[in-house]
Design a protein around this ligand. Structure first.
Ligand SMILES: *[C@@H]1O[C@H](CO)[C@@H](O)[C@H](O)[C@H]1NC(C)=O
Length: 167
């Protein structure tokens, strides 16, 4: 009987150690610094079929001004890398890009989280200036699926606001 009790005590003691180890390691995970991921934000000229296809644009975040850039022909593009908090899907990095063309002006608000970095490796997503306006072309998670998976998408983000008529 004493032996049996001893064994029970030993087993309980062992389980306590295991539990403690689990608790310490999960604390360590919670205290760990969050990781970061990078992605490129890309603005591309896709002003096909126009006599004046040129676009100019300036992107800014709260902290950084990327300055004015020019993409004179369809196909020309500009990318800048942004840093995102890994695993954080509720606090997006916000960049505002003002894009100008012969057809008008568009002030695009771009919100990215690490999910976009996962969806858009190697600059595979872009904001394209087209004659209709700014079109997003890339991959997005299809949340209509039970297990959301990346799906190619292409949609108009923002039409041009035409320049005031000078008559
Ligand atoms: C961003 O673009 C640059 C230049 O095209 C490339 O070297 C870099 O690997 C890209 N970064 C990502 C995260 O796609």
């Amino acid at each position: 009987m004493r032996d049996l009790n001893n064994n029970v005590v030993k087993t309980i003691a062992r389980w306590c150690l295991v539990l403690q180890a689990i608790m310490i390691s999960s604390n360590a995970v919670a205290l760990e610094e969050p990781g970061y991921v990078y992605m490129n934000v890309t603005i591309r000229n896709a002003m096909t079929g126009l006599i004046r296809p040129e676009i100019v644009y300036r992107c800014q975040s709260k902290r950084k001004d990327y300055g004015w850039h020019r993409a004179s022909k369809p196909g020309a593009q500009f990318s800048f890398p942004i840093i995102l908090i890994d695993g954080e899907s509720k606090i997006p990095a916000i960049h505002i890009c003002e894009i100008r063309s012969a057809l008008g002006k568009a002030t695009l608000v771009i919100e990215n989280t690490y999910l976009d970095a996962k969806m858009c490796p190697h600059s595979s997503c872009a904001h394209e200036a087209t004659p209709k306006g700014i079109v997003f072309r890339g991959l997005e998670l299809d949340f209509k699926e039970l297990f959301p998976k990346p799906k190619p998408v292409e949609y108009l983000e923002l039409p041009w606001t035409s320049w005031p008529n000078r008559t």
